[in-house]
Design a protein around this ligand. Structure first.
Ligand code: S3P
Length: 162
């Protein structure tokens, strides 16, 4: 099986869906943010605060270069597809965009304090999603509308179309 990359905005459900897919397909899960935190020995929030976003983006690209090209489902960080090089690296596998509305994301991340880019006024957060949306769309082979669906249903939809 070619590696599957789940992409999409923060809070769209990439990691939960990736876990279900890995169980169903009996393949390995790679959660990029967790792996970066493990390698760095500190939280994403700290990496951003101490070294800045550009440093974190380099770590993301370096990790994408290392990920096996088969038998893996990758839960990517929400900003990974911004870099065209990352898009190219992911194109070696199947890229699936989990498309969630701002309302759904907002509900899920209302209490979140761990994501350094989920900050500021609601309008700014929504603008970030609007800026990112066409990038996700064009980076993906497949788009799944996640809306109010359960992670199990999303995983089943992916398995049906993939
Ligand atoms: C980011 C999303 C986060 C994490 C970092 C930056 C982004 O991942 O990589 O905080 O730029 O959208 P999740 O999508 O898993 O929250």
């Amino acid at each position: 099986m070619k590696t599957i990359y789940l992409i999409g905005f923060m809070g769209c459900g990439k990691t939960t869906v990736a876990e279900i897919l890995c169980e169903k397909l009996d393949v390995t899960l790679i959660e990029m943010d967790s792996l970066i935190e493990k390698k760095e020995g500190r939280a994403i929030k700290e990496i951003f605060a101490e070294n800045g976003e550009a440093y974190f983006r380099k770590l993301e690209t370096a990790l994408l270069e290392e990920i096996p090209l088969e038998n893996v489902v990758v839960s990517t960080g929400g900003g990974a597809p911004i870099n065209p090089l990352n898009q190219k690296l992911m194109r070696r596998g199947t890229v699936i965009f989990l498309d969630a509305s701002f309302q759904v994301i907002q509900k899920r991340l209302s209490q979140d304090e761990n994501r350094p880019l989920w900050k500021g006024k609601e309008q700014e957060k929504e603008r970030l999603l609007q800026e990112r949306w066409p990038i996700y769309q064009q980076a993906a082979d497949i788009t799944i509308d996640v809306e109010d669906k359960s992670p199990e249903r999303i995983a089943d939809e992916i398995l049906n179309v993939w």
